[in-house]
Design a protein around this ligand. Sequence first.
Ligand code: HEC
Length: 124
Amino acid sequence: MERSFKFFLALFVLLVGSLFAVEVFSLPKVTPELKTEAQEYYNNECKACHRWARKFAAPPMKENVAQYTEKPEEMVRYLMHPTPKHPETWPSMEITPLTEDQAKMMTAWLLYILANPEDPGRPK
Ligand code: HEC
């Protein structure tokens, strides 16, 4: 009796522990403040190479972001550690890697702009 109680207690502790061990990925909410901050970051750190809808020194941002609608985590990871994606067509992206917060902010904002292309803050 006492042994099985201990067993179930241990099982319970393990279960609850594993629930909390799972890190839930989430992007920040696109507030007016986030929009302003992301737009400023984009103008300083991304615009030099990217245009929204056409090729420039880099592939069009619209197409870049569209690849990640179903997997925003991967975009966050890419911005933190850019790796070669299209070595046949483009050089690899040489930028100051974004911090996790910056990468999440930019991913949230760019996905928002993709879904809301009429937003006045959409990059050119
Ligand atoms: C120095 C030029 C340059 C700057 C600045 C730059 N990029 Fe890029 N970016 C590139 C190039 C070149 C590629 C294509 C890389 C490849 O295919 O490997 C690219 C590709 C991308 C992709 C698509 C990657 C893929 O999976 O196909 C995303 C998303 C992206 N950039 C976002 C950004 C963001 C956000 C910023 C600003 C923080 C930024 N870039 C700043 C040059 C730049």
